[in-house]
Design a protein around this ligand. Structure first.
Ligand SMILES: Cc1ncc(COP(=O)(O)O)c(C=O)c1O
Length: 365
């Protein structure tokens, strides 16, 4: 038997467009950097010399950063585990579990990395399908195979749908589900009401929450995220973490931003929400487009020939968006609110032009 997994034949390496002259609306990044390059240099310079030197390994887990993030979430410091973005958190949880012969239930559609990290040759994945309005129905999540799954992975607000799961429904799930419940809250800062479950980690020992500084905090390049859970789970996952995954510079800058840029982060979030609601309204006026209400920093709309639209935006307009063929819904485009309103106007004009050309009567030959 080969050591190499047969599934590799069906996989493609992740492609990234590293040309920053494109309008980048494909990765749900923030348009606002909370630190200027000069400030970054100054903050790093001001840090004490030993920890600022690059020939030494960074802090394993910066106590200071953990404390700052815990204060932001209003949870105890021992309830957060720093990871290299929440991507490492997803992979760490998956790798720390004995998944052979086990069942993992995952929302569908949801963030691709869940299935990517948790599936494996001896693991069964069951999908918890959203309905045609991209909502989670109670009957779907309370299916016996979902409730008996060893792990249930939820995401709220969900990517790529933008939907927020009902708080009552999540409480009912947590009261019933015996296995591990993983709840990804990467976009929770974009929800004005308190819908987060971080304050529930004491009540539910089987709850692990994923958070990130890549979205609202605008630190995608630094790769900083956290697992938030009760002390037993944090201790358990910590044992499986490869040391030193987050660079010293990332830890220092993330700590600074948490302590000194909270009002700016909140202002950036408010402006993104305003722009998102406006883009959703404008999109809804374009013929052939159906918009799904989003609670995150992106919009999602259904459109016929979505792949064609993604390609045209890329090649004719230098705009990057993400195409998803979604179960029960069909072709969709996800578009991040990652640029200012002026640029978003150009994006909307490009989408309207593509739709108009599609609907125009073809010329007689
Ligand atoms: C739902 C969700 N979780 C996690 C991530 C990973 O983010 P990061 O690794 O940058 O923290 C993303 C990124 O888009 C996401 O959408």
């Amino acid at each position: 038997m080969s050591i190499y997994r047969p599934i590799a034949k069906n996989l493609k390496r992740w492609q990234s467009v590293d040309d920053f002259s494109y309008v980048r609306l494909h990765q749900n990044e923030s348009p606002t950097s909370l630190l200027s390059p000069a400030e970054i240099a100054q903050i790093l310079k001001a840090h004490d010399t030993k920890s600022g030197e690059i020939s030494y390994y960074p802090y394993m887990q910066s106590e200071q950063l953990a404390e700052a993030y815990a204060q932001f979430l209003k949870v105890p410091t021992h309830s957060v585990l720093m990871t290299q973005g929440s991507s490492e958190g997803i992979r760490l949880i998956a790798e720390a579990l004995d998944r052979a012969g086990k069942t993992i239930a995952i929302l569908a559609p949801s963030f691709f990395a869940f299935e990517f990290a948790f599936s494996g040759p001896q693991t069964t994945v069951v999908r918890v399908l959203l309905n045609e309005n991209l909502e989670l129905e109670r009957s779907e999540v309370f299916r016996p195979d979902v409730m008996n799954a060893d792990v249930l992975i939820l995401c709220s607000p969900n990517n790529p749908t933008g939907g927020l799961l009902s708080k009552d429904l999540i409480i009912e799930i947590l009261d019933t589900h015996k296995g591990l419940v993983v709840l990804d809250e990467a976009y929770m800062e974009y929800v004005p009401k308190d819908e987060s479950f971080v304050s529930f980690i004491d009540r539910y020992e089987n709850l692990a929450i994923l958070r990130t500084m890549s979205k609202a905090w605008g630190l995608a390049a630094l790769r900083v995220g956290f697992i938030v859970a009760g002390p037993k789970l944090i201790e358990y996952f910590g044992k499986f973490q490869i040391p030193y995954t987050v660079s010293m510079h990332s830890q220092i800058l993330a700590d600074y931003v948490l302590r000194h840029r909270r009002p700016q982060m909140e202002a950036a979030v408010a402006s993104t929400i305003e722009d998102r609601d406006w883009v959703e309204e404008e999109l809804a006026n374009i013929p052939g487009i159906r918009v799904y209400k989003s609670h995150a920093n992106f919009c999602l709309f259904a459109v016929e020939n979505g792949l064609d639209m993604e390609n045209k935006l890329f090649s004719d307009h230098k705009i990057l968006v993400k195409y998803f063929p979604l179960p029960r819904v069909g072709d969709c485009i996800r578009l991040s609110i990652s640029v200012d309103r002026k640029k978003l106007e150009d994006v909307l004009a490009a989408i309207a032009a593509i739709q108009a050309a599609k609907n125009a009567p073809s010329k007689a030959i």
